[in-house]
Write a protein that binds this ligand. Structure first.
Ligand SMILES: [Zn+2]
Length: 159
């Protein structure tokens, strides 16, 4: 059986597979090109409609800062976007979302969901290991000197 017409969800499923396999968010035009390479010639409006449906289902999200789409709703997570390798990693941030709720409530605004994106450089691209990146920063020389008492001026313990 060789049907010319595909199932309605065919393009949506193909796009989802491409996004699942991609190490970074992909734009609509990139997705259209990749589909074409797989022998699927899909008009842009069909790609956009499929993306819209996947977003509405919470299966994918648009990563604004990356100008592309990634798997997952992104809700209640913080997306960390590396401008060098264009990868997106996610971080939890309950305290940040609580702060956003408080901020919104102060304006009488009720929050439906949080989407937080941060652009910058990942540890790999910065040439650091993750442990080095999260380690304490060296104190500025002035601060270190001020906190160290000069020898001979130590307060004497009363006897
Ligand atoms: Zn990177």
């Amino acid at each position: 059986m060789d049907r010319k017409r595909r199932r309605p969800g065919h393009v949506r499923e193909a796009i989802l597979r491409l996004l699942q396999d991609a190490p970074r968010p992909l734009g609509a035009l990139e997705l259209e090109k990749l589909l074409h390479q797989q022998g699927e010639t899909v008009p842009p409006n069909t790609v956009f409609r499929a993306l819209r449906e996947l977003i509405d289902r919470g299966t994918i999200r648009k990563v604004m800062v990356a100008r592309g789409y990634a798997v997952g709703s992104g809700a209640e997570r913080i997306s960390l976007f590396c401008r060098e390798c264009r990868e997106v990693t996610e971080a939890a941030g309950a305290n940040i979302f609580d702060a956003l709720d408080d901020l919104a409530a102060a304006s009488g605004f009720s929050v439906a969901r949080h989407i937080v994106e941060v652009a910058g450089m990942c540890a790999a691209c910065a040439g650091l290991t993750a442990s080095q990146a999260t380690g304490p920063l060296p104190a500025p020389p002035g601060v270190a000197r001020a906190s160290r008492p000069t020898p001979g001026t130590l307060p004497q313990t009363p006897e």
